[in-house]
Design a protein around this ligand. Structure first.
Ligand SMILES: Cc1cc2nc3c(=O)[nH]c(=O)nc-3n(C[C@H](O)[C@H](O)[C@H](O)COP(=O)(O)OP(=O)(O)OC[C@H]3O[C@@H](n4cnc5c(N)ncnc54)[C@H](O)[C@@H]3O)c2cc1C
Length: 349
């Protein structure tokens, strides 16, 4: 296991903001990850896990040990009738994993095509898109517990997956390092096309019986049309979670704003479109210093060039305040804020 001091993380977060780790371990095996956890435990240092850095806002310094998850592996462990159990390493690139499953006739991930990041991070916020969440296919998560380094196997129920939420994100943040996930996929080519935007695109293209490949292709096309490519414009995808409110709150808002898009979110609750709220506050396409609100997608904050993590957070606070004052609704940030602002760095900037 190699631990490197004072390592820059700018290239490893899709916002492209500057940051550095006190210590960095690029873990390619479970053993290396466990040794890095032990190193931190022996010195009383915090441990932070980084996958593809596509759902984080990094402040200038991440103290302690950053473990970059690079454990690979792909194995179809068991087939039972039309179900196959696929075990993958946490460092596997999610978009490549989805393509590989599709090519291997393993279905269930098509709607999650092209979501950046690693397989290990997928359960952390229960990634979802176009009507499917990883909760629909997740069987087990293999973890290392911090700081003991003990290996733990959690089934789907234990992961407490909810809308953009899980045990790893809100109930026990930092306690588990995901080293592998098992997905239950179908060998029968079934598709999920109920999601409005996807169904519309399928109808537009005149596909009466879309195949899993059609679904993956359409999802990729819609995503590429709608979302900025982080390689060209730093971003972390949707910056705010769609707020879920009581039916009564949604009804009162709909009286004042009849065109507000709302969606069912379980008994007595509705989900509001955060992008619409932000757009109605006039932020779409606007620059807040070096941070911008994307011109095509008000939910996406972008790094216009040279922004710091702190500037991203400050811009997000301006937007949250305006939405709260206008609609009385609190927006929750989707990416995790990692690290601290080092006074030394503030002097440098
Ligand atoms: C252009 C773009 C589009 C996106 N579209 C979507 C979308 O449609 N749906 C969606 O749900 N998300 C979307 N996202 C967000 C992001 O892709 C997902 O949340 C993804 O799962 C993050 O993976 P990552 O490896 O980059 O995680 P990171 O950003 O590295 O980490 C995210 C969080 O997970 C933790 N973490 C990472 N790996 C592990 C691990 N192995 N064990 C424990 N904790 C870990 C980190 O500590 C951090 O708190 C998008 C992002 C971008 C940039």
């Amino acid at each position: 296991m190699r631990l490197l001091p004072r390592q820059a993380l700018e290239a490893w977060n899709t916002f492209g903001v500057p940051s550095r780790a006190d210590w960095l371990c690029r873990a390619t095996t479970v053993l290396e990850a466990r040794e890095a956890v032990a190193f931190a435990a022996d010195r009383g240092l915090p441990v932070t896990v980084l996958g593809g850095g596509s759902n984080v806002v990094l402040l200038s310094r991440v103290p302690g040990v950053v473990i970059r998850m690079e454990i690979t592996g792909f194995e179809v462990r068991a087939r039972q009738g039309e179900r196959a159990m696929v075990q993958v390493g946490a460092g596997e690139d999610w978009p490549r994993l989805v393509d590989r499953c599709l090519e291997g006739g393993l279905h269930g991930l098509e709607n999650l095509t092209d979501i950046p990041g690693t397989a290990g991070a997928a359960p952390v916020q229960n990634i979802g898109a176009y009507g499917v969440e990883v909760a629909d296919v997740l069987e087990e998560v293999r973890c290392l517990e911090v700081p003991s380094g003990r290996e733990v196997l959690l089934d789907r129920r234990a992961c407490c997956l909810g809308y953009r939420d899980s045990l790893f994100k809100s109930r026990a943040p930092g306690r588990y390092l995901v080293v592998g996930v098992t997905l239950g996929l179908s060998t029968r080519p079934e598709v999920r096309v109920e999601y409005e935007g996807l169904a519309r695109e399928i109808a537009r293209q005149g596909l009466s019986a879309p195949s899993p490949r059609d679904v993956a292709r359409l999802v990729r096309q819609v995503r590429r049309d709608r979302l900025p490519n982080p390689a060209r414009l730093g971003n972390a995808g949707s910056f705010f979670v769609n707020p879920v409110v009581e039916d009564g709150v949604a009804a009162a808002l709909l009286e004042r704003y009849p065109d507000l898009p709302t969606f069912p979110a379980g008994p007595g609750r509705r989900k509001l479109a955060a992008g619409w709220l932000i757009e109605r506050c006039g932020f779409k396409g606007r620059a807040l210093g070096r941070v911008g609100v994307h011109r095509d997608h008000a939910l996406v904050l972008v790094n216009l060039g040279g922004a710091t993590g702190r500037e991203v957070i400050d811009a997000a606070q301006v937007i949250r305040r305006a939405v709260r004052e206008t609609f009385g609704v609190d927006l929750e940030m989707e990416p995790r804020v990692l690290g601290t602002d080092d006074p030394e760095d503030r002097r440098e900037s």
